[in-house]
Write a protein that binds this ligand. Structure first.
Ligand SMILES: *Cc1c(COP(=O)(O)O)cnc(C)c1O
Length: 469
């Protein structure tokens, strides 16, 4: 790595972008300032940026973001929408809270793992771990010897400890990456045997068969949509077989005349059996009887299990590969592995999720319906003093596309007129519309967020409360 030869006292790198030539509108602006309309006396960019009131924002967000807000506010002055005297105030109000456009939202949709809303919320322990690892960290360095060390040992050990003895593990970018690596390293130019009932689309056009064939593997479909037997798999085996893949249909259910063979039968076919369990559940959960978990599937003899870390495991986005040490060694040796490995932030958050307190998704899953009702009633009562049409409704929440299709989680919601939805969404409260009502379902919201939900709904929907704040 090269070292910047400039002394530390040189101007910050973003300063040159703010030279006067960068603000070509200064000319016309000066002209309008002489027309006599004080509203149109647009203060100069440099002068506004130098305003002490904006110093904190400049340090927190950087000059560039503040300047964008200044430019927008200047235009509003020019358009006569804003008085020149109010420009700095308007800039302060318009500034983002963080230097990212990603904003936190309150998930009151009743979908616990909402892919559009970032799937699993991280535990406080995982958030702390992210911060701890954010600077330089010993991700690949042995502090005891001062030598290069194996990457991500802590997270890998935590994952190994959560699996049956003898299981090796690897962590990649997501479950799709785990499947990509396995298909490339073990079945490129060969066949992956999959049941016709398990050639699934996960969401947003992501189709598992397309991903698998993109690696250069061929798919050998066996059985039917509703029934596939061990004999169907056995009949398809041949010299070209790379592995047998069993995929958990994690976002739909086929009921009625169905059959899929147990893991132990498929594991005994004499070729590697890879099971994509989807959700990352490591052990059985009593509320999710149909959901496969890594331990049970590995004990059943699966040679490799793939899963997401940001579904029912409750961690950051990552893909887990668990199973046979020999197979995992082959995956690690493949050049593609380097392209799919995770960064220190993921390793830190995943280790904290595995070692630390239960992640929020477990609290959501395990919530007592009576508590949800109580929370809904408390919230509704607090809102009813200011809002005319607040009700409490019994609802059914779901785990989400991330797992447990068909599992219905009893819940309660605060119900508001549907017309409140756009304003609440703008205030980053995301509920779900049900006919003419907006439901704010408490099953997908951690109890520690109730207070923020209350305050946000109140200030957003009642003008007086907004003024008091
Ligand atoms: C969610 C899911 C995937 C995709 O996982 P990502 O981590 O989003 O890549 C693959 N397979 C199954 C069965 C899933 O449920």
């Amino acid at each position: 790595m090269s070292v910047d030869p400039r002394p530390h006292t040189t101007t910050p790198p973003d300063t040159p972008a703010d030279t006067p030539s960068d603000t070509p509108s200064d000319g016309p602006r000066a002209a309008t300032a002489t027309t006599g309309d004080p509203r149109r006396a647009v203060p100069r960019t440099d002068a506004v940026l130098a305003d002490p009131a904006l110093r904190d924002a400049r340090e927190r967000l950087g000059r560039r973001l503040v300047k964008t807000a200044v430019t927008d506010a200047q235009q509003r002055v020019r358009d006569g929408e804003l008085a020149a005297n109010d420009l700095v105030t308007a800039v302060l109000a318009a500034l983002p809270e963080h230097a990212t456009t990603l904003r936190p939202v309150l998930n009151a949709t009743g979908v616990l793992l909402h892919t559009n809303l970032g799937r699993a919320p991280l535990s406080d322990a995982a958030r702390d771990a992210l911060t701890a690892a954010a600077g330089c960290a010993d991700v690949e360095y042995d502090l005891a010897t001062g030598r290069r060390g194996p990457r991500g040992t802590g997270a890998l050990t935590a994952l190994r400890d959560a699996c049956p003895p003898g299981t090796d593990v690897q962590i990649v970018n997501n479950n799709a990456a785990a499947l990509t690596l396995a298909a490339t390293a073990l079945a490129q130019g060969r066949e992956i045997i999959v049941s016709r009932g398990e050639l699934v689309e996960i969401g947003d056009g992501f189709r598992l068969p397309d991903l698998l064939t993109a690696t250069g593997a061929r798919i050998r479909e066996v059985g039917t949509t509703n029934r596939t037997t061990t004999a169907d798999y056995a009949d398809a085996l041949g010299p070209d077989t790379g592995f047998v893949l069993k995929v958990h249909p994690s976002n739909f259910r086929i009921e009625g005349f169905t059959y899929a063979p147990p893991v132990n039968e498929l594991a005994a076919l004499g070729v590697p059996l890879i099971v994509d369990i989807g959700s990352g559940l490591l052990a059985p959960h009593p509320a999710l009887p149909g959901e496969p978990d890594a331990r049970t599937v590995l004990r059943g003899g699966a040679h490799l299990v793939t899963a997401s870390a940001d579904k029912l495991l409750g961690g950051p986005q990552a893909g887990l590969l668990l199973g046979d040490p020999g197979l995992l060694a082959r995956l690690r040796r493949h050049p593609l592995y380097r392209a799919l490995r995770v960064d220190k932030l993921t390793l830190a958050a995943l280790e904290a999720t595995l070692r630390g307190p239960l992640p929020p998704v477990r609290a959501l899953l395990d919530a007592d319906p009576r508590d949800l009702r109580r929370r809904a009633e408390t919230l509704a009562a607090a809102l009813a003093t200011a809002l005319p049409d607040v009700r409490v409704t019994a609802t059914t929440a779901v785990v989400g596309g991330g797992g447990a299709p068909g599992v219905r989680l009893p819940s309660h919601a605060v119900s508001l007129p549907a017309a409140t939805e756009p304003a609440l969404r703008a205030a980053r409260v995301i509920g779900r519309l049900d006919h003419d009502r907006l439901l704010l379902d408490l099953r997908s919201l951690h109890p520690s967020d109730d207070e923020e939900l209350h305050t946000t709904v109140l200030t957003t929907l009642t003008p007086t409360a907004a003024e008091e704040n």
